[in-house]
Design a protein around this ligand. Structure first.
Ligand SMILES: *Cc1c(COP(=O)(O)O)cnc(C)c1O
Length: 377
């Protein structure tokens, strides 16, 4: 390892996880969510593995992410679902990026771009079935459908998909789940009645959690994200046989003996109880190691778990090795699949009171992603 730290990405694990999700989707198409740099795993290489695993489409939040995939040579259909005013829509259409609309205003912007470029926009209409985030509330849905149909008649847009998103799919049995499915059915029926649905229009609502627990939510396409990276969408129900793709490692920098009573790092939140060996790990909060991990999160060093000793700093934190050996350059594993005794990303998330999505997406740009194929499936 020529860098102080790296995130090793097992592309075979991603491929394996996607194939498993595809199997669970029972014939539905799979759109891999690769937003946020493929959840921190590296956009283009991860997307390649996702497609190899059996995804036929990719999804990103922003248009710029979709354009980066195109620039990286990805030719599969891509949907960008988080449109804000003044996005580079002309570029999106020229790059054959499909767009989502949840409101007549943004639909108008898409139509304008289509007219400017002379390219028919491929449209996914998003219904708000109860999450109250993106999506068109059902009260405005008929109006949005009408606007889209008018534009379709002009040849300005083509309606490719009708979709929505769950608020609580990771809380099995939550009453909102059934209600959202009913609302989605209503939205689809309205679309059918006015001729905006049909066999060529794909219906989609399921994220990773829904794929695992809600067969009724598969429709024509599923949109997994977190599970593709081998992280459980519902940790309470176990790991579903997924394989964690990311292993975060660093090389110990300075290693030194210090006397008993040494205050370690900012604010001296940790004090050595006796003479001991301290190791410096060159990863800090600027790299996504939450400052909140101070005194809480564990790493694997010298074959044993060590708790972060004292404050996590911007670029580094310390570990207390006791009398165990550690040399500068030795590998310290922050998290990985757990095979070697290292903590998993799930353990980090549990320790820090967050979700694995946040653990892996926060790993910063100073940490190179290194791609491996551990081939296990
Ligand atoms: C992020 C996202 C997904 C994937 O969600 P996971 O919970 O990671 O599976 C699917 N659809 C949309 C619209 C998203 O924003």
């Amino acid at each position: 390892m020529a860098t102080p730290a790296q995130a090793r990405i097992d592309l075979d694990a991603i491929r394996f996880n996607v194939a498993m999700l595809k199997e669970r989707a029972r014939g539905a198409e799979l759109m891999g969510a690769v937003k946020a740099d493929a959840y921190g795993h590296g956009l283009v290489p991860a997307a390649g593995a996702v497609l190899e695993g059996g995804a036929s489409r990719l999804g990103t939040a922003f248009v710029r992410e979709a354009l980066a995939l195109r620039a990286g040579g990805v030719t599969a259909p891509i949907l960008s679902w988080l449109l804000t005013p003044d996005e580079p829509l002309d570029e999106a259409l020229r790059a054959d990026v499909e767009l989502s609309a949840s409101d007549p205003g943004l639909l108008g912007e898409i139509a304008a771009a289509a007219r400017r470029t002379g390219i028919t926009a491929k449209l996914h209409l998003e219904a708000d079935t109860g999450m109250s985030r993106g999506g068109c509330p059902l009260a405005g849905w008929p109006e949005l459908l009408d606007a889209a149909l008018e534009l379709r008649a002009e040849g300005v847009v083509e309606i490719v998909g009708l979709w929505s998103h769950f608020a609580c799919a990771d809380i099995p049995g939550h009453p909102s789940i059934g209600r959202q499915l009913e609302e989605f059915e209503t939205a689809l029926k309205l679309a059918e009645q006015v001729g905006a649905a049909g066999s060529h229009v794909i219906r989609h609502i399921a994220n990773s959690a829904a794929i695992m627990t809600l067969p009724a939510a598969r429709y024509d396409l599923v949109r997994p994200g977190i599970a593709m990276y081998g992280l459980s969408p519902i940790p309470e129900l176990g790991d579903f046989g997924l394989r964690q793709a990311m292993t975060l490692v660093a090389r110990a920098g300075l290693v030194k003996r210090v006397p008993e009573g040494s205050g370690v790092s900012y604010a001296h939140l940790y004090t050595t109880e006796r003479e001991t060996t301290l190791g410096l790990v060159p990863l800090g909060y600027a790299d996504g190691i939450l400052r909140h991990a101070t005194g809480r999160a564990e790493v694997l060093a010298g074959g044993r778990r060590r708790t972060i000793a004292g404050r996590v700093c911007m670029d580094q934190f310390m570990i207390d090795m006791g009398d165990d050996p550690l040399s500068a350059g030795d590998e310290v594993v922050l998290f990985g699949p757990g095979d070697g005794g290292e903590p998993t990303a799930q353990e980090w998330a549990d320790t820090l009171g967050t979700i694995t999505h946040e653990i892996v997406t926060r790993i910063g740009s100073r940490v190179p992603r290194v791609y491996e194929r551990r081939s296990s499936g």
